[in-house]
Design a protein around this ligand. Structure first.
Ligand code: F6R
Length: 244
């Protein structure tokens, strides 16, 4: 147990290392189940995977994907929806079978039931082989904000004020940021067989240091990753700056 950390000089180097992990599992297990994240951090990972698809034939045809989360209140066509993000940055540019790509359905009338169905869908696909994560400056993973219990499952959540503020950079105005999302829970994430968390930039240094060396606490949801047997933090020097 414990979190293995590898530090790279730059965001690009760290992104290539994560793309290597994803490429490896796609080659070793073409029918793998990938857990995917959005946000600014993995953009270069997806760009690198797209490059490898075009240049070396990296094959997504047999893969199944489950995204961690989706905002409530944005249609899949909305430029800031995570469905749109995935289409733009990965799904629309590689040979993944769109019928095997999944994001939480936040347009259902019964959002609670939709979240439960997503949890079951991940299980019935055989669980996630490789889960890609980012980390919030407050230690959130997915939209599991501080205070989230380790046994939490996929559900509807309220976003923390700090997350709304942070994500407002993608919207015209802070008031346009959705207040709720459906997210995989901590226990959903911890069931993945392998977890890779990518964190870059100095704004993540505190959250990373607390997650890796601090106590396992709901105050920093990423600290629950210490309880997983195969978790790897891929960091740039700035995000690793406060590690011992
Ligand atoms: C996104 C997600 C979030 C982000 C986190 C970091 O699917 O689940 O936990 O990984 O908010 O976001 P960025 O990468 O934009 O700093």
């Amino acid at each position: 147990m414990g979190i293995q950390c590898t530090v790279y000089p730059s965001h690009d180097d760290a992104s290539r290392a994560v793309a290597d992990c994803i490429s490896t599992i796609l080659r070793e297990k073409p029918t793998c189940v990938l857990g995917l994240a959005t946000g600014s951090t993995p953009l270069e990972v997806y760009a690198e995977l797209v490059r490898r698809h075009h240049d070396t034939g990296l094959d997504f045809a047999g893969a199944t994907t489950f995204n961690l989360d989706e905002y409530v209140g944005l249609s899949p066509g909305h430029p800031q929806s995570y469905a749109h993000y995935m289409n733009e940055h990965l799904f629309g540019q590689v040979n993944v079978d769109r019928g095997r790509t999944h994001l939480p359905n936040t347009r259902a009338d019964d959002l609670g039931q939709s979240a439960e169905q997503y949890e079951m869908l991940v299980r019935s696909a055989g669980g996630v082989d490789l889960q890609l994560l980012g980390i919030g400056t407050n230690g959130h993973i997915g939209f599991n904000e501080p205070g989230t219990a380790e046994d939490s499952v996929t559900r509807v959540v309220d976003l923390a004020a700090s997350t709304i503020r942070s994500n407002s950079r993608f919207f015209r105005d802070e008031s346009d940021v959705p207040r709720r999302a459906i997210t995989m829970g901590i226990s959903t994430i911890l069931r993945a067989r392998k977890i890779v968390l990518l964190a870059t930039g100095e704004s993540k240094a505190d959250a990373v240091a607390d997650a890796v060396t601090g106590p396992v606490t709901t105050g920093n949801p990423a600290s629950f990753l210490q309880n997983h047997a195969d978790v790897h933090f891929v960091l740039d020097a700035a995000a690793a700056a406060l590690l011992p």
